[in-house]
Design a binder for this molecule. Structure first.
Ligand SMILES: [Zn+2]
Length: 127
């Protein structure tokens, strides 16, 4: 069951608070850090928050998923091949969990996972 907008927002606010607290704690514990150390710390925290944001965006998108998915190649309706799968996907903002249905076109033998990402042949592969 996807979380509501308000639940997601509250969760992101808690995460932001946690990261801010972690940053402040780090500054108190780290004596005279150089720019590289500051960069490393900020990038680590940014990475964590980025993953949370991406996760929330994916979840919101799943809520609004269309009921009929059409094949991007032939336009025929695709069928849901498997129940929703949960997998962790490496993205530019870090590793995020995707829990999406996998759709398949028997005519073109093309799958979509998640909708919008075409995967030629074989099984689900997300890059
Ligand atoms: Zn097709």
């Amino acid at each position: 069951m996807p979380r509501t907008r308000a639940e997601l927002k509250a969760e992101l606010q808690v995460e932001a608070e946690r990261l801010i607290e972690a940053m402040l704690h780090w500054t108190e514990q780290t004596e005279a850090p150089d720019l590289t150390a500051i960069e490393d710390q900020v990038l680590t925290l940014r990475q964590q928050f980025g993953e949370k944001l991406a996760e929330a965006a994916v979840e919101r998108q799943a809520t609004a998923a269309p009921l009929t998915v059409r094949c991007p190649q032939c336009g025929r309706p695709m069928h849901q091949k498997k129940k929703r799968q949960r997998r962790r996907v490496e993205s530019r903002v870090g590793e995020i969990p995707l829990k999406r249905a996998y759709y398949y076109c028997d005519h073109c033998q093309v799958g979509l996972f998640p909708p919008g990402l075409a995967i030629a042949g074989g099984g689900p592969r997300v890059e």
